[in-house]
Ligand binder design. Structure first.
Ligand code: MV4
Length: 505
């Protein structure tokens, strides 16, 4: 057995990413400590870890965001490393700093690289200095109206006012004409102050309806920085990604290579270590621009793993332990096509309202090239305290068309009863001719899904579905009349039963 990279790792997260990290630790023979809030006593991640400790009440500030409590737990349970996952503390530079002070390895980037990338104005300047293309606009933060006006006339309208501390779309304002500039700056400053406690804003040219394409990078402490190709993440709703895939239909081999090299230069210029993601906007002419860098493992990392064979969480742990990037990753190539769908606990038919309740029946799809990263199971209570992501369904196939078909089938086979999920909405996106044509731009959902019609399910069908569910639980012996070939799949109507649940409430 290989030497242990760490004595014990505290997993400072919950849900599917905590489960993903625990599984990586198992591959490396490293024991894990889960933390859980009182809302998560029965959660999958807490059950799966070797040890678990209650960290506080449901509000994140008192549990999953409570740095001092988490570090105290790590010390008292004999951990020597902490993995932050994504969200929560993953991009707060105080966390790696306090871990270091406590003698704990932080499985992520250095605090300085995190801080640099957290400030979008400084990140832009650093990238420009490293020869990475940035969106035309202001070189520094805006000081007076004149600076904004000059930058706006130089890049041409429309322009976009952004918060330096922003990201995720908060505090952004599109400005169509010079006359609107001052009011928009003031509005953006107020919004930024309220959201981030920092009213620094700046101006960029507005790139109309771009693609969002990001590159996965890995950097170790031995001078190695590599990229693991792109992920196309343009299918978003209100800055929440819904479907991600790789490779992107928009990249030629030449463009992919140029963007990959730019991503590596970005990471090197930032003094980056561990796993990170460099986000680009790609315009209609194939022009690409640095947008921001995400200094964490990302939700959508599995599509990269499916097409390259890499285990990114294993690499994160190796790098944090001072090892070099694994040798099998040198000269890595992509094979086939991978798609990820995020399964959210929400009701797409009711304005994506979060759905909560108990999962009454749960069954994951299986088969070659199908992967489910899940944080729930049958009996799990889904609350409204945290991010509504339940699981990620990921497929790998030789071509994009086959991957889409495999994903639609897998979504149909994925049985989650008792709460509303985004499954049906995802099937509709994947079935859309514009998605098949690869016209996946950031306005896809608004353009193609806005007036989506949903079948109204007649009561009779609901009853039929409920009775087929009862049948499923007690299967009859196969006869000529009830073999699979001669019977409709009960799950085709179980979809109706799920909607029936809502009607009957
Ligand atoms: C932009 C842009 C167009 N032009 N910047 C949205 C989130 C934030 N991180 C940056 N965002 C954008 N910045 C310029 N100069 C369009 C967006 C944008 C977007 C970007 C990526 C994915 C989805 C998006 C949806 C709307 C707007």
């Amino acid at each position: 057995m290989a030497e242990k990279l760490f004595r014990k790792i505290l997993v400072a997260n919950r849900g599917e990413i905590a489960v993903r990290i625990i599984n990586a630790c198992r591959l490396l023979n490293i024991p894990t400590l889960a933390i859980y809030s009182t809302a998560d006593i029965d959660a999958v991640h807490a059950r799966l870890a070797d040890e678990a400790v209650e960290i506080g009440p449901p509000p994140p500030l008192e549990s999953y965001l409570a740095i001092d409590k988490i570090i105290a737990a790590a010390k008292s349970f004999g951990c020597d490393a902490v993995h932050p996952g994504y969200g929560f503390l993953a991009e707060n530079p105080l966390f790696p700093e306090k871990c270091e002070q406590a003698g704990l390895a932080f499985i992520g980037p250095p605090a300085d690289a995190m801080r640099l990338m957290g400030n979008k104005v400084e990140a832009r300047a650093k990238m420009a200095g490293a020869g990475v293309p940035i969106i035309p606009g202001m070189k520094g933060a805006g000081a007076d109206l004149r600076m904004f006006e000059n930058a706006a006339f130089e890049s041409g309208f429309p322009v976009l006012i952004k918060a330096a501390a922003g990201g995720g779309g908060k505090g952004m304002r599109i400005v169509q004409q010079p006359g609107e500039l001052q009011a928009s700056i003031e509005a953006a400053m107020r919004e930024a102050k309220k959201a981030f406690g920092d009213d620094t804003v700046y101006l960029e040219k507005y790139i109309e309806n771009p693609r969002h394409i990001e590159f996965q990078v890995l950097a170790d402490n031995h001078g190695n920085t590599i990229h693991l190709f792109e992920r196309e993440c343009s299918i978003q709703r209100r800055h929440q990604k819904i479907i991600e895939e790789t490779p992107s239909v928009a990249l030629t081999p030449a463009l992919r290579s140029r963007m990959g090299q730019a991503a590596v230069r970005s990471a090197e210029a930032a003094g980056y270590r561990n796993a990170g993601t460099v986000e680009f906007l790609v315009d209609k002419n194939g022009g690409f621009y640095f947008l921001e860098m995400n200094t964490r493992i990302q939700v959508e990392h599995p599509v990269t793993e499916m097409t390259t064979g890499a285990d990114l969480v294993v690499e994160q742990i190796r790098i944090a332990a001072g090892k070099e990037i694994s040798e099998y990753l040198i000269d890595i190539t992509q094979r086939g096509h991978a798609i990820e769908c995020r399964i959210y606990a929400e009701d797409a038919e009711d304005n994506f309202f979060p759905s909560s309740g108990d999962i009454l029946y749960y069954e994951e799809p299986v088969g070659p090239g199908i992967r489910v990263d899940s944080g729930v199971t049958g009996g799990t209570t889904v609350g409204v305290e945290y991010d509504p992501i339940l699981a990620k369904l990921v497929v790998h196939a030789p071509t994009r068309e086959l991957a889409i078909a495999k994903m639609i089938n897998a979504l149909r086979e994925y049985k989650i009863l008792g709460i509303k999920t985004s499954k049906k909405f995802l099937i509709d996106v994947l079935s859309h001719p514009e998605f098949h044509a690869g016209r996946t731009y950031t306005d896809f959902i608004d353009q193609n899904m806005a007036d989506r019609k949903v079948d109204i399910v007649p009561a009779l069908e609901v009853a039929a579905a409920a009775s087929s569910l009862a049948m499923m639980e007690k299967p009859k012996a196969a006869t000529a009349s009830n073999t699979r070939a001669s019977q409709p799949s009960p799950w085709q109507t179980i979809g109706a039963w799920e909607i029936g649940m809502r009607i009957s409430k």
